[in-house]
Ligand binder design. Structure first.
Ligand code: CA2
Length: 166
């Protein structure tokens, strides 16, 4: 479905109306992006990631709720908010909660909208403890290793999943 304006609801493939908002959630320590370990995570800050997400989403007539927290419960509350508000999709970099949080997984399972998991680094090339993701069980797609560009790829992939064209 082409040309949806930012303030309008959009229709999913099955005809249900949903909001044109996508949630982009970031887990613990990602607030430090660009300030530590640039050799791993690059020099872009989380504010740069937010800007990238907004400009990418705009191309598809989507708006972004961009959030970061170091607290598992806050992330779960936002996932529930995304569900309650009929978000068109949810992109999550669960960071350190990726490998530990059954509670985040359970919250994601309640969403009908597509979930995309993003990692800045290629977690499969790193320590083995980073390579198992609970979140992946609820994700329609996983992007890892593209740096912050992975967020833009996630948004365009999500737009294609929900049939929103540029
Ligand atoms: O590659 C990713 O995006 C990760 O989700 C990042 C997490 C890590 O625990 C995952 O295994 C992979 C770490 C986020 C911490 O972010 C920082 C950024 C800059 C400096 C320090 C931490």
């Amino acid at each position: 479905m082409a040309g949806v304006g930012p303030a309008r609801a959009i229709e999913s493939r099955c005809g249900a109306r949903m909001s044109n908002t996508i949630f982009v959630l970031n887990g613990p320590n990602l607030n430090l992006l660009g300030t530590r370990e640039p050799e791993l995570y690059g020099r872009a800050t989380l504010a740069d990631v937010e800007k990238l997400c907004r400009t990418t989403a705009q191309r598809f007539g989507l708006t972004v709720e961009f959030r970061q927290s170091n607290h598992e419960g806050a992330i779960i509350d936002w996932i529930q908010q995304a569900r309650a508000e009929g978000a068109a999709g949810l992109i999550i970099n669960p960071a350190g909660f990726t490998t530990t949080s059954i509670a985040i997984l359970d919250a994601l399972y309640t969403l009908e909208a597509p979930v995309i998991e993003v990692h800045i680094t290629n977690i499969h090339k790193r320590e083995s403890f980073r390579q198992h993701s609970y979140v992946s069980l609820a994700a329609r797609a996983v992007i890892a290793g593209f740096g912050i560009e992975g967020y833009a790829l996630a948004i365009s992939g999500l737009a294609s999943m929900i049939s929103v064209k540029e």
